[in-house]
Design a protein around this ligand. Structure first.
Ligand code: ADP
Ligand code: MG
Length: 263
């Protein structure tokens, strides 16, 4: 069975950048990788496809056409299979439910999430309703990672995701810090990880290369392979591909969370 991971975190914190760079780094190592964008922004795979936007499963389903594999699964950097689920129309429908329907269609017409070594689900984490933990609940995901910076809002979202996982008795396999340059950031996120019973897997520095490569339609792994930031993503990819045991997280109370951001 492939390793099936979900990267959760607050909107805008860097999930798609991290997911696509980890996907590219794993593809460089010879792994077969599939990336499934579960965010309505549908930009999880854009830097693996040289800036090309692909149709989303939800959009095609709404059109009511007969969907074939080649309509929704696209080959990106070094053969990474790219799928975008998309989102519901604002105000109607449920994104969590949409993910489940879209994945079952994908499974029916494609082997992209079975015949592979790693599946990465890029999952939003601002609203942690039942729907958003659905991929975990339905057994589509067997490892969950949470991405945060040392600021209060992303930590609040990360802590909420932990609440969702704990309620379902699901494990968390690690915390990743995507730096926003906050004071004492590594210390804060490292302490947060420890207190929820997990560990800090990587500290990704804030680096303008992530943005310039993205603007040109590339991951840093593809366009700046010799950079320091590429090495950080490669190390994280290795760590994720290694054997990794998870633990049911113990979320913090709000008072402690606020204290943590002041250390
Ligand atoms: P999310 O998927 O969580 O909404 P994105 O991956 O789209 O977030 O990232 C949001 C923005 O932050 C993007 O413009 C991206 O280029 C930038 N970004 C992400 N990680 C870094 C980083 N380590 N250094 C600099 N910019 C980053
Ligand atoms: Mg995203």
């Amino acid at each position: 069975m492939p390793k099936q991971i979900a990267i959760y975190g607050k909107g805008g914190i860097g999930k798609s950048s991290t997911a696509s760079n980890v996907a590219a780094a794993c593809a460089d190592e010879g792994y077969r990788v599939t990336i499934i964008g579960c965010d309505p922004k549908s930009d999880s795979s854009i830097t693996l496809l040289r800036g090309r936007r692909i149709p989303t499963i939800m959009d095609l389903m709404r059109e009511g056409i007969d969907i074939r594999e080649e309509d929704i699964v696209f080959n990106g950097y070094k053969g990474v299979k790219c799928v975008e689920i998309g989102g519901p129309e604002p105000g109607i429908g449920c994104a969590g439910r949409g993910i489940i329907v879209a994945i079952s269609l994908l499974k029916k017409i494609s082997s992209a999430i079975e015949d592979t070594d790693l599946v990465i689900y890029d999952v939003p984490g601002d609203i942690v309703c039942g729907g958003f933990v659905a991929p975990v609940k339905k057994g589509l995901v067997n490892e969950a990672y949470v991405l945060t910076s040392g600021e209060y809002m992303p930590l609040y979202a990360a802590n909420n995701i932990c609440k969702g996982l704990a309620r379902l008795e699901m494990t968390l396999n690690g915390v990743i810090c995507n730096s926003r340059g906050a004071l004492n950031e590594e210390k804060i996120v490292s302490e947060f990880s420890k207190e929820i019973g997990s560990q800090l897997l990587a500290f990704i520095p804030k680096d303008v290369l992530v943005q310039t490569c993205e603007r040109d339609g590339f991951s840093v792994i593809e366009n700046a392979p010799d950079s320091e930031i590429a090495a950080v993503y490669r190390k994280l990819a290795k760590s994720i591909m290694g054997k990794r045991d998870g633990k049911i997280p113990v979320p913090l109370d709000d008072k402690r969370l606020r204290e943590l951001t002041r250390i």
